[in-house]
Design a protein around this ligand. Structure first.
Ligand code: GLN
Length: 496
């Protein structure tokens, strides 16, 4: 290849990594570029972006091989044919290291593939790499990862949010065309809001949990993280579906979110819950919320004030239920079956040393809280009470959804904060989840869509909460907001 043509190829490649997932899928189909060119482009931008610390495991050589084979076979049947995708390192990937951001799994190589990743591969996508995340998905800033904190493209000193922070940062920086994360209390929506990307948590049961490292099984749900609402619809369609291997998977037909996507939302009723106007909420967040209301009114929606009475109890209830389930789920990491094993004079000492060495502080804190609230004498006072509160929170939503089609709130109470700012104060860290956890406690779908900036030019997201299994309506409403907010990435690249 002579200098000019290699220069042309380089320009083309750098442009590819700036395209949306949908454009890449269509571009490959129309032969505007090959799968190999797409893959090279994302590998190239990923290699230049080590400072963001987004990857735990890179699968670049394997991805390139697959892309070359794809270009030979030219099988365009899938929704994601020929597209490389990096995923959160919480999804088990067959023969590829899966760490969950933890030392205890630093050498764990699954012999099986999670159902959602396998769904993506059946649609023609392939694995680009495994992305950094908070340890066992516990966190709101990506600072609890054993592999070091991830940085936000919007600033070297800023967190990308958590726990799917590696996914959000890689997506926003153009290192993967789209990605998938998991959301137990906000881990898709909060990092989406902090990085100016779109993050959707589907209805509990919509996407299989099989093969995802479990945090809190009654709350965990996988979902798409993308650069646009259109991409979100496409990726949700590719990853969702019934799975007999997950007993909580719901047997409903996969919907065609992409072709049903429309910004025609005239007449839809949108609830504005007064309880989400929390104390000391920055005026910028309130202003963004008002703007969102105006955007939806402009698109023909009807705005209604509603009340979700028990919202203030959601965070305390979540921080009992989630650690309780985590303490039980994490009991399996004992040095026998998975990952790291420490030495010990006897079996008990081996267990103790393995868990002391293998888990980080936040995970230990959750295990302690979890076992405490489940222990006899405290079970009724804490765990059972939290379960009752959970039901009340769900009842609030059921009541509200008799009058409205969706609910609009801010996604987060602030924009991205500084690395280290909240790491010594777990309660202030937990407060980040104030707008996101009620949704997980109720099993509902919700999406964060970038809608504006704060005074420091940092992205802010709006959240739309939908009725169970009505992802389509919140996607449509998000599209109406996206068109009007006209959000554009506005960071300057500091990491290459
Ligand atoms: N930040 C919340 C927590 O630490 C939510 C995490 C998540 O959704 N995985 O529990």
């Amino acid at each position: 290849m002579n200098f000019l043509s290699s220069q042309r190829l380089l320009n083309k490649m750098s442009k590819i990594s700036e395209l949306s997932l949908t454009k890449i899928v269509n571009g490959i189909k129309k032969k505007d570029f090959s799968s190999e060119e797409v893959t090279k482009s994302f590998i190239d931008s990923s290699k230049k972006s080590k400072k963001l610390n987004t990857y735990i495991t890179e699968c670049f050589d394997e991805a390139l091989e697959i892309s070359k084979n794809f270009d030979k076979k030219k099988d365009y049947k899938g929704l994601l044919s020929g597209v490389p995708i990096a995923v959160k390192d919480l999804f088990c990937t067959k023969n590829v290291k899966t760490t969950a951001g933890s030392k205890i799994l630093h050498n764990f190589i699954p012999t099986y593939e999670s159902t959602v990743t396998s769904n993506l591969w059946s649609q023609g996508a392939f694995l680009l790499g495994k992305l950094n995340c908070d340890e066992f998905a516990m966190g709101s800033s990506n600072e609890t990862s054993f592999f070091g904190n991830v940085k936000n493209p919007y600033g070297e000193k800023l967190v990308p949010g958590g726990s799917s922070g590696g996914s959000a940062s890689a997506l926003a920086a153009g290192l993967t065309p789209a990605t998938i994360g998991t959301d137990t209390g906000g881990s898709i929506r909060q990092p989406a809001s902090f990085t100016g990307t779109v993050g959707l948590k589907p209805t509990y049961g919509r996407c299989s949990r099989w093969g995802i490292v479990a945090f809190a099984s009654s709350l965990d749900q996988a979902g798409p993280m993308t650069n646009s609402v259109e991409d979100s619809a496409l990726l949700l369609q590719a990853m969702s579906g019934y799975d007999s291997k997950d007993s909580t998977s719901v047997n409903k037909k996969i919907e065609n979110y992409s072709s049903n996507l429309t910004e025609k939302i005239k007449g839809l009723k949108i609830g504005i819950p007064k309880e989400y106007r929390v104390d000391k909420m920055p005026t910028e967040i309130d202003d963004l919320w008002k703007k969102g209301i105006e955007y939806l009114k402009d698109a023909g929606a009807i705005i209604k004030n509603i009340s979700l009475e028990h919202t203030m109890y959601a965070l305390p209830a979540y921080y009992i239920v989630a650690p309780a389930e985590a303490s039980s789920n994490l009991a399996r990491y004992d040095g026998v079956k998975y990952g790291h094993r420490a030495v010990g004079k006897n079996l008990i000492e081996m267990y103790e040393n393995t868990r002391s060495e293998g888990f980080g502080n936040e995970v230990k804190r959750r295990i302690l809280i979890g076992t405490y609230v489940l222990s006899s004498g405290y079970y009724d006072a804490y765990y059972l009470k939290a379960q009752k509160v959970r039901q009340l929170i769900k009842n609030d939503f059921d009541k509200a959804f008799k009058d409205v089609d969706a609910i609009l709130t801010p996604s987060t109470p602030s924009s991205a904060f500084k690395i280290g700012d909240k790491s010594d104060d777990p309660v202030s860290m937990y407060l980040n989840d104030i707008f996101t956890v009620p949704v997980n406690l109720s099993g509902l779908p919700a999406i964060s869509v970038p809608a504006g900036y704060d005074k420091n030019n940092l992205p802010l997201g709006l959240q739309l909460i939908g009725k169970a299994f009505d992802e389509q309506t919140i996607l449509n409403l998000s599209l109406a907001i996206e068109k009007r907010a006209n959000f554009k990435k506005n960071y300057s690249v500091w990491w290459t």
